[in-house]
Design a protein around this ligand. Structure first.
Ligand code: THU
Length: 137
């Protein structure tokens, strides 16, 4: 799976966005270590609080199917689905990623026009609160 193929799947996922309140469509495509892809889009709610980001939808779909090992995620977003700049993962999504992914998990942040940045989770969430910190495992 090339980066560009994963980004194409994230753009595909964005089409299913349910975002009547913000108008921002977001899509994510999460790649597992054995090459499977789980897609997600943002799903908003009239009460705002229950809104779920595209990245978390992708992760929760994969996790609920038993997946635990991930290599990278592509993320794309923009007003009415027009990709005009980076749409980086929010803090809550970064923390969810940290639960299951190591320092070198890659986040492909699409900027538009076939341009994207590859950022490592350790740089997206430095000095993170991670499972290894708790003395319970
Ligand atoms: N959103 C995501 O899907 N992912 C993020 O990481 C940032 C925000 C969504 C939530 C909301 O539906 C819309 O983008 C505007 O905040």
């Amino acid at each position: 799976m090339t980066d560009n193929s994963l980004i194409t799947l994230a753009i595909e996922a964005m089409q299913n966005s349910y975002s009547p309140y913000s108008g921002y469509k977001v899509g994510a495509a999460l790649l597992t270590e054995d090459g499977k892809v789980y897609k997600g889009c943002n799903i908003e709610n009239v009460a705002f609080g229950p809104t779920v980001c595209a990245e978390r939808v992708a992760f929760l779909k994969a996790l609920s199917e038993g997946e635990r090992n991930f290599t990278k995620i592509a993320v794309v977003g923009g007003k009415n689905g027009e990709i005009k700049g980076a749409f980086p993962p929010c803090g809550v999504c970064r923390q969810v990623m940290r639960e299951f992914c190591n320092d070198n998990f890659e986040i492909l942040i699409v900027k538009g026009n076939n341009k994207y940045d590859t950022v490592l989770l350790k740089d997206l969430l430095p000095l993170s609160f991670k499972p290894e910190i708790l003395d319970i495992k």
